[in-house]
Ligand binder design. Structure first.
Ligand code: TYD
Length: 138
């Protein structure tokens, strides 16, 4: 996987004077079967989240409120995505290093994952990630 496999996906937006509505379904807007969801909130100013890669887990990230940056790194190149609309999702395949930073006040990051939580799926050491990437292990 490389940064070119990341997809910034426009979600359906049902405009309504009563308030807008967006949605995401398995194997449609979300290109995998959702096994888990979690969310990041109350992130203090200046804090970063992420700082790891997954061996198998694919993720789909939505900025439900506020804004933040997702920095994707494939070991050779990096790309920063600013998420600041609740009708866009960022698809992040497995095997990529990610950091999340520049959280605005009251931002809310919703994440869908393709796996149940498994601590062993994480690669948290960047040098190990680079080694695994160059060996084709991740
Ligand atoms: P982590 O994935 O490292 O957070 P982030 O990448 O968003 O900075 O998870 C932080 C802690 O929460 C870690 O101890 C594992 C735990 N956790 C779960 O128990 N279940 C989950 O679904 C997730 C995402 C994390």
């Amino acid at each position: 996987m490389t940064i070119n496999d990341v997809k910034h996906i426009s979600l359906p937006k049902i405009l309504d004077v009563r308030g807008n509505l967006s949605f995401a379904e398995n194997h449609a807007q979300v290109p995998f079967e959702i096994q888990r969801t979690y969310w990041l909130y109350d992130v203090p100013g200046g804090e970063c989240r992420g700082g790891h890669a997954y061996r198998e887990t694919e993720e789909f990230i939505i900025a439900l409120s506020g804004s933040f940056d997702v920095v994707i790194d494939d070991g050779e190149n990096k790309k920063t995505y600013t998420l600041n609309r609740s009708y866009y999702g960022l698809y992040v395949p497995k095997g990529l290093w990610r950091e999340m930073e520049n959280f605005s006040t009251n931002s809310l990051a919703l994440e869908f994952a393709s796996t149940k939580f498994c601590a062993g799926d994480y690669v948290r050491d960047y040098d190990e990630f680079l080694k695994m990437k160059s060996n084709g292990e991740i």
